[in-house]
Design a binder for this molecule. Structure first.
Ligand SMILES: Nc1ncnc2c1ncn2[C@@H]1O[C@H](COP(=O)(O)OP(=O)(O)OP(=O)(O)O)[C@@H](O)[C@H]1O
Ligand SMILES: [Mg+2]
Length: 268
């Protein structure tokens, strides 16, 4: 596949004055996160600006310790930025107390972790429908949709099993189904293949693309794996907590070699 040309005017950090497209599913502007390290305030995430369009599948690549998880937790409202603003579906998720942020989270996004976080005493189907119950909805009313979600993720035959009877790849596919149970327009994924074999990881990434194609969910995937990032429409590069301007790849999916070459060009 040819290397896509990069638009030299494109930037990972849109100017603060640029108004966001009103239907962006995710907007971050001027986001910083400081942590105290040896008594000093150190920026872990620095001046992040990004926007994600509906149905877009974007990857953020960066080495271990570059701030990927910190950034994703900020974007999900699991942590609060030291400065800047974050809008999820137009709603501020950087403001308010935990209860308010949790409400935005429940309405607007799903989150997938490296270590699945399935509840061990609930069956696959009970795990998947849990977000509906938390949102005060009766899972029986959504039965057909949940069945087709389990089918899309290839876990419908496992509906009555407990998580301990699943492989890692199956557990991650169940956690993707759970993250999508409430039909969020945005899915945030933190190294979803980091704990999987190469083959199971490839399957998970292919399923994320199917989820985007079939359900229209926008996906932001953080990873240090070039193969995972290559499946995205757009790849952004994070280094020392900052997005590298003018570095992003557009027009994916890409050849893995193109992603690796860009990493080498950037020296990360
Ligand atoms: N609570 C904290 N206090 C101090 N430093 C922190 C804290 N959380 C994270 N850091 C530091 O911030 C940096 C970024 O961490 P983060 O977990 O976001 O990286 P990452 O890119 O997700 O790494 P990995 O690929 O290993 O998961 C690291 O140097 C880490 O040690
Ligand atoms: Mg991480």
């Amino acid at each position: 596949m040819p290397m896509p040309m990069n638009d030299p005017s494109a930037t990972a950090n849109p100017p603060a004055t640029a108004p966001p497209a009103t239907d962006d599913v995710l907007v971050a502007r001027g986001v910083f996160r400081f942590q105290t390290v040896h008594g000093q305030q150190v920026p872990i995430v620095r001046d992040i600006g990004l926007a994600l369009r509906p149905r877009e599948f974007a990857a953020v690549m960066g080495p271990s310790g570059s701030g990927k998880s910190t950034l994703l937790h900020l974007l999900a409202g699991l942590d609060r930025p030291s400065a800047g603003e974050i809008l999820v579906g137009g709603e501020a998720i950087h403001l308010g107390d935990e209860e308010l942020r949790a409400a935005v989270r429940r309405r607007r996004l799903g989150f997938i972790f490296q270590f699945f976080h399935l509840l061990p005493d609930l069956t696959v189907e009970e795990n998947v429908t849990l977000p509906l119950r938390i949102a005060g909805q009766n899972p029986k009313r959504h039965r057909e949709r949940i069945q087709s979600l389990l089918t899309l993720l290839g876990v419908q035959a496992l509906a009555d099993r407990l998580p301990m009877a699943l492989s890692g790849g199956e557990m991650q596919r169940v956690s993707i189904a759970r993250a999508l149970a409430t039909e969020p327009p945005l899915l945030l994924c933190d190294e979803p293949t980091g704990n999987l074999s190469s083959k199971a990881g490839e399957e998970v990434i292919a399923l994320l693309r199917s989820v985007r194609d079939r359900l229209g969910t926008a996906i932001l995937l953080v990873t240090h794996n070039p193969r995972d990032a290559a499946a995205a429409d757009r790849v952004l590069f994070l280094h020392d907590g900052a997005l590298r301007e003018h570095a992003e790849l557009k027009g994916g999916p890409f050849d893995v070699a193109d992603v690796v070459r860009r990493l080498q060009e950037l020296g990360i």
